[in-house]
Unconditional design. Structure first.
Length: 357
């Protein structure tokens, strides 16, 4: 390992010790160390991923014969590349070899398949057990991908909805997967999936404009009475609470809570209103949700908590982290990648003591 990488690890470990946090964290596989570790067989891994990306079956099989363990170390990335480049037979071979269909990465295997747009591959990846409600770094789910590029891939969107995709999940820009303009193209599938249509019709609304939001009248006025009726009132309030929290509309948050919205509700990605408010730096909304009993240690599908959300992009969010810690958020709670909020504090070069004041 290069000296500079050893130095980075040393600094991180020293920071943890100096801040007098949970020493057991050092024996866990936490994220900073995990992601800067170097594998000796990088060259072979690169070759394996490249042949999968290019669709070279014979070379792929030869590498797997010579090094069966490579499927565990690099199979996920190879499968992502093959799926995005529409190499159906390579995808099938990698699935047969036992590649983890939910291998963690910057995007999921299913996201990669959606970016390629091959329905056969998407079907096979879903059949192999891919999680359908996963997010990339922008908060986009596979269903968001099906509606990207100013084109709705209708067959793929229907396939995802039938597989359990949540049409009400917001990305990190407060937008649901399906824009209003395409609702009618897949309305039957959206109805069956429990879509809340006034969220879609208001997705471009700004935080200031959202004070004029009407509860459900927009959808009714647009002739969507049947769609509205099929959605349970409780779920509608809960999803609207996540939307209001994402937009930073504290008054609407208060109103929805009074009307019965559940502050502990999770969408199908495990996201709560508090996670969204923390991610978007909405201090007043964070305070309102905490006061109403929101779970400061709730986990999403990746094991992230609201404090993780506040610390991933530290700039401008120290006050959010401070509010969460004051409300007993656990700084030593590990997510599925082995990373705790405290590790993020150390990684950002922040002072934990300052956050607790």
């Amino acid at each position: 390992m290069n000296n500079w990488k050893i130095g980075i690890i040393f600094i991180m470990v020293l920071a943890i010790l100096l801040m007098n946090q949970d020493s057991n964290a050092l024996v866990k596989e936490f994220c900073p160390v995990r992601y800067i570790s170097v594998k000796e067989n990088d060259k072979e891994i690169d070759e394996f991923v490249d042949v999968a990306s290019d669709g070279y079956m014979s070379e792929l099989l030869e590498i797997m014969r010579n090094n069966p363990d490579i499927v565990k170390t690099a199979g996920g990335e190879a499968l992502r590349r093959a799926a995005s480049n529409e190499h159906v037979e390579i995808v099938r071979e990698l699935l047969k070899a036992g590649v983890d269909i939910n291998d963690p990465g910057l995007t999921s295997v299913l996201h990669a398949a959606l970016s390629g747009g091959n329905e056969i591959i998407v079907r096979e990846i879903l059949a192999a057990g891919a999680q359908v409600n996963v997010r990339d770094l922008n908060g986009w789910t596979p269903l968001h991908y099906a509606a990207m590029g100013w084109v709705l891939h209708t067959d793929l969107a229907k396939l995802l909805l039938q597989a359990g995709a949540d049409p009400n999940v917001l990305d990190h820009y407060c937008a649901p997967p399906i824009p209003e303009v395409w609702i009618d193209d897949i309305k039957d599938e959206l109805i069956k999936a429990g879509a809340i249509f006034d969220l879609m019709s208001n997705q471009s609304e700004t935080a200031s404009q959202s004070t004029d939001r009407k509860e459900i009248n927009t959808a009714i006025d647009n002739g969507k009475e049947a769609m509205v009726d099929i959605v349970q009132q409780k779920n509608r309030l809960n999803y609207k609470l996540i939307m209001a929290s994402c937009l930073g509309n504290a008054e609407l948050v208060k109103k929805l809570i009074k009307e019965g919205a559940n502050v502990k509700f999770k969408d199908k990605t495990g996201t709560t209103a508090l996670m969204m408010a923390a991610l978007k730096k909405h201090t007043e909304v964070v305070k309102e949700l905490i006061q109403a009993g929101a779970d400061v240690n709730a986990r999403d599908y990746e094991g992230d908590t609201p404090l993780h959300a506040a610390l991933y992009m530290m700039s401008g969010r120290s006050h959010i982290a401070r509010e969460l810690i004051k409300a007993s958020a656990d700084v030593n709670m590990f997510n599925d990648r082995g990373c705790s909020p405290f590790h993020l504090v150390a990684l950002r070069g922040c002072n934990y003591i300052e956050l607790t004041k």
